[in-house]
Design a protein around this ligand. Structure first.
Ligand SMILES: NC(=O)C1=CN([C@@H]2O[C@H](COP(=O)(O)OP(=O)(O)OC[C@H]3O[C@@H](n4cnc5c(N)ncnc54)[C@H](O)[C@@H]3O)[C@@H](O)[C@H]2O)C=CC1
Length: 369
């Protein structure tokens, strides 16, 4: 049976205003039916509920775009190897999902809608199971990595250098899921902040967030010599193909994937003109200026402009979207934007107003895992 995008969208819309409640119900049903699955999840389920909802929303949104859906599900399926998900677990999740939809979309529920969701879930499960069925050439489900560098750049921001035990192939711009030994089964996504290196090491830029389990563990409680776990590289953002000038707009630790892309361009020997704006609240939070100026020394076509909001700051002052709005002649650029969600949204709006077409604006879309 082909997917019925309009039925899926219409019924899923009933869950949107009560997303957290609906996902709490879904996991409640799942664990009531299969208590043994509870051990696969972290003790606190708030992030998991949000990720589940975002994944469902993404699937429903892509239901009328088969190619996009297939590529998203393949990534999601491979990513789930990290958590030890087995084909037999999908049926229980399917039942919990159907029970949740039946309850929260009761107003619009009908045998037709039920059939549409049953068929959709079967397809999702089939695609994810196929993708997780590792062939001999597939990358491993996870890597152990030794922390070989830990630089505390500010009170809250650290730059970690990791040496994975096995080669970890990735494209500049991708991210990995990370688990610290301090919090088993809690995974958080971090962009890789460098282009692939001959010695296979990778760098992460981490800001400790208030209440952030993994981020605080990585910034404040991780030392050189510790071991952490990494999932497979994910994400579709990557270096530009052509030779258009590049505008990279990075907010805070959103610098990481953009730096990886810029390093790659610099190393390729065919770097286009690159303008990198790195924004922070205060000048003291511009945690990577020394490294960025080394990179600019290596790549003459790179210009780095630090931006800070702080009153009295003598460089480019203000919020990043406002600074972008003041740039001249950027309509021809290939633009990359990464940072806090609101900053990214506003910057994308400014870029559109400056004439940059949507196809040339690249923003990171982190796949929930
Ligand atoms: N691959 C990805 O998608 C990555 C995403 N990130 C995200 O980047 C963010 C970095 O956060 P922080 O370092 O705490 O950044 P921050 O709060 O220090 O802000 C960085 C910059 O964004 C601007 N900004 C912040 N909020 C704004 C708003 N509401 N309107 C306009 N401009 C605003 C600030 O002026 C500053 O220039 C996190 O949300 C993180 O999840 C970080 C790394 C990778």
């Amino acid at each position: 049976m082909p997917l019925q995008p309009h039925l899926l969208k219409e019924s899923f819309a009933y869950l949107e205003p009560v997303a957290d409640k609906a996902m709490a119900y879904l996991y409640g049903r799942l664990f009531a039916a299969k208590p043994q699955l509870r051990g696969m999840f972290p003790p606190a389920m708030d992030v998991q509920r949000d990720r589940m909802f975002q994944a469902l929303a993404r699937i429903v949104r892509s239901a009328d775009s088969p190619e996009e859906l297939a590529s998203y599900l393949a990534g999601l399926g491979r990513g789930h190897r990290l958590y030890g998900v087995l084909p037999e677990h999908y049926a229980a999740m399917g039942e919990a999902l159907l029970a949740t939809l039946r309850r929260f979309a009761a107003e619009t529920w009908s045998p037709e809608v039920e059939a549409a969701w049953t068929a959709a879930f079967d397809l999702v499960a089939k695609r994810m199971i196929e993708a997780a069925d590792a062939g001999p050439d597939d990358p491993p489900a996870w890597w152990l990595a030794e922390v070989i560098g830990h630089e505390r750049r500010t009170r809250d921001i650290a730059v970690l250098t990791l040496r994975p035990e096995r080669p970890l192939a990735f494209r500049p711009g991708q991210y990995v899921n990370v688990q610290s030994a301090r919090w088993p089964r809690v995974w958080r996504s971090y962009s890789i902040a460098n282009a692939p290196r001959p010695d296979n090491t990778i760098r992460l830029h981490v800001r400790a967030l208030p209440g952030g389990w993994v981020s605080t563990a990585l910034v404040a409680h991780t030392r050189v010599g510790d071991t952490i776990m990494l999932g497979p590289p994910m994400g579709a953002m990557g270096p530009p193909e052509g030779d258009r000038a590049v505008l990279a707009v990075a907010g805070g630790t959103g610098l990481a994937p953009l730096k990886a892309i810029i390093e790659h361009l610099a190393d390729s020997g065919r770097a286009p003109e690159i303008l990198l704006l790195h924004g922070a609240r205060t000048a003291a939070e511009l945690y990577d200026l020394a490294d960025l100026s080394k990179l600019a020394g290596r790549c003459r076509r790179l210009r780095v402009v630090p931006v800070a909001e702080e009153p009295g700051y003598t460089g480019a002052r203000g919020r990043l979207p406002d600074v972008v709005a003041r740039l001249d002649r950027i309509a021809d650029h290939e633009a990359f934007v990464c940072g806090p969600a609101r900053m990214v949204d506003l910057t994308v709006q400014r870029l559109r107003q400056a004439g940059v077409p949507p196809s040339r604006i690249h923003r990171d879309v982190v796949v929930p895992a």
